[in-house]
Design a protein around this ligand. Structure first.
Ligand code: ATP
Ligand code: MG
Length: 580
């Protein structure tokens, strides 16, 4: 399988294998669906507006794969000045919940899209679908079948052998209508009867071997309450809902390719108001993660993560909390393109998309995560100098920030060594270093506790060295970040890493749980941040200089208790580990 590899500077790597199979970009910014729609317009096949839809089943939170489908469906509608509907595909009430319906809407809006008209539900069409079922029965194209699940499987045949007709296949239309109405009235138990389309038990396509179209489910439905005790199947619902809504291009993932003949059979055999067409594209798969709602739900249910929106989850809500931006996700979806055969995208591409966005747009700040105190012995004890620093090295519009400088400051513990060779361009006893946006210091003395641990480093500063480019020509080799010990603020920083430490955690069925990265979360309590940072609003993004990109937690950050999540390190350490 082709792997879309990590990006190289200034562009994107070509997939290792067949380019066409991964990303069918014929010209820049194009994909096969755009080309196809353009041809439909040119050939006069699309007379009115382009209408697409995004049809999630509300049985979990949306993940990065859904983001691709959202960008595709809403993006095409935007590009061709059409409409995109949001339609909940809610034919399986047992697994669906209002909480998911709410979260899905929030995710779509956050990505920057708005559906046309009201939120729609397949269940809005249950009455019409029921009428369609009766229409098929009356036309002799559907029948009530009483085979049990086991027999049904036996009669269905296999990929190499045709199926056998059900003994119930030749019931009269009257008898079928009567039985179907009694199914609807709740006279039979779940599983006792189903309604099947009468198509062709010998078809080489198993989907056409008299598929089930209605089943008995004595279940409360989140939209229709207790009105129904029979529910249409996905196949009987989807295409007809598309037709009822006037969808022109029904875009779905490749696993539905074999269902297309059935989709077309229903459209051809029912009095539907229009004839939508189904097109398939390849699902988005990313290495080092799983994109299946069922598996994501297992991670939540088993407490491996703190919830659907845990920042380690590949859900849209999780990535939002992790610090991904809508622009980075949309950019990523555009980058991976739209293909017709399956491939695996390298996680590094997703990580590149967010780094790229935050590098350009996130204000800079300083945060010390493992503090070591420096005492600047020649700096007055009560003095506080307000030093100015740029919000961003090349974004004047991001303004300036104020950094209080005081006699005691924190630096990272590993930015100091008593002795070091020339490669260590940080603070060394007896040597100089520059504090970022501030002065040059000389380390003069180390203070240790009884166990020999360094507790403080005493330094002197040179008052003539303010600014990055001092006129006196003092150029210490290193520049390190720092935070005032008396004016800085304490913060909690949660460092997240990839949730799986295996490239293909799905491989081998349920074994994916065994590949959870035990080091995917490291909570660092005693961090020190420049004071202005505490007052930022939740979901503000920053580059903590020399450390990585961080976001103020959407729910837990406050000025009193600052909480930041690490979105991503500055550089790809996974990539390095792989290369070594
Ligand atoms: P899952 O397998 O995670 O449960 P699903 O396909 O059952 O996903 P739906 O809610 O039915 O989830 O999906 C809504 C839409 O999103 C469908 O059109 C589906 O084809 C698309 N979609 C789901 N997963 C992906 C993916 N990995 N890449 C691209 N599109 C996807
Ligand atoms: Mg589905």
């Amino acid at each position: 399988m082709a792997i879309l590899t990590r990006p190289f500077p200034g562009g994107w790597a070509e997939p290792k294998e067949n380019h066409d199979s991964m990303s069918e970009h014929d010209v820049a910014g194009n994909n096969f669906l755009r080309t196809l729609i353009r041809k439909d317009i040119e050939a006069g096949r699309l007379t009115g507006e382009l209408v697409t839809r995004f049809p999630p089943e509300p049985n979990g939170f949306l993940h990065i794969g859904h983001a691709k489908s959202i960008c595709l469906n809403f993006g095409l509608a935007e590009q061709f000045e059409g409409r995109c509907h949001l339609r909940f595909d809610d034919t399986n009430p047992a697994k669906e919940e209002q909480a998911y319906i709410d979260a899905i809407q929030e995710d779509i809006r956050w990505l920057g899209y708005q559906w046309s008209g009201d939120v729609r539900y397949a269940s809005d069409y249950f009455d019409t679908l029921y009428e369609y079922a009766e229409h098929l029965i009356t036309a002799g194209k559907a029948y009530v079948c009483e085979l049990d699940a086991e027999q049904m499987r036996e009669y269905r045949g296999t990929l190499t052998e045709p199926g056998k007709n059900s003994p119930f296949r030749d019931r009269s239309a009257e008898e079928n209508l009567d039985l179907f109405r009694r199914m609807r009235n709740g006279e039979f138990d779940e599983g006792a009867k189903v309604l099947r389309a009468k198509i062709d038990m010998a078809s080489p396509n198993i989907n056409l071997r008299d598929p089930i179209i209605y089943r008995i489910r004595k279940q409360h439905h989140h939209q229709t309450g207790d009105k129904w005790c029979i529910y249409p199947t996905y196949d009987f619902t989807h295409g007809q809902s598309d037709a009822i809504e006037g969808i022109t291009h029904s875009i779905c993932t490749l696993e539905f390719e074999d269902h297309r003949p059935l989709y077309e059979w229903f459209i051809a055999n029912l009095p539907v108001p229009c004839e939508p067409k189904q097109y398939e594209f390849a699902r988005l798969n990313i290495n080092y993660t799983v994109t299946s709602k069922r598996k994501l739900k297992a991670l939540v249910d088993e407490g491996v993560v703190a919830g659907w929106d845990d920042p380690r989850m590949p859900t849209i809500a999780g990535m939002r909390r992790r610090g991904f931006t809508p622009a980075s996700l949309r950019h990523f979806c555009e980058m991976v393109g739209v293909a017709r055969s399956e491939g695996i995208v390298d996680m590094a591409m997703l990580e590149h998309a967010i780094r790229d966005d935050l590098d350009k747009n996130a204000p800079r700040a300083m945060c010390v995560m493992e503090p070591l105190k420096l005492v600047i012995t020649n700096y007055p004890e009560d003095k506080v100098e307000q030093l100015a620093a740029p919000g961003h090295p090349n974004r004047d519009d991001l303004g300036e920030r104020v950094l209080p400088f005081t006699r005691e400051v924190y630096i990272e513990r590993d930015d100091f060594r008593e002795e070091a060779n020339k490669k260590f361009k940080r603070l060394v006893l007896g040597k100089k270093v520059r504090l970022r946006n501030a002065y040059v210091l000389l380390a003069e003395e180390v203070v240790k506790d009884a166990d020999g641990n360094i507790t403080e480093v005493h330094c002197s500063y040179d008052p003539d060295t303010l600014g990055e480019d001092p006129a006196d020509g003092i150029k210490p080799k290193g520049v390190i970040h720092w935070v005032s010990a008396s004016e800085g603020r304490q913060a909690t920083v949660r460092c997240y890493d990839r949730l799986f430490n295996h490239e293909a955690p799905d491989r081998g069925g349920e074994e994916f749980m065994a590949h959870v990265n035990p080091q995917s979360l490291d909570v660092v309590e005693n961090c020190w941040i420049e004071p202005g940072l505490a007052d930022c609003v939740p979901e503000s993004h920053f580059q903590f200089e020399r450390t990585g990109y961080f976001v103020a937690d959407r729910y837990e950050h406050s000025a009193d208790k600052p909480v930041f999540n690490r979105t991503i390190a500055l550089r790809d350490s996974w990539g390095k580990a792989e290369q070594n």
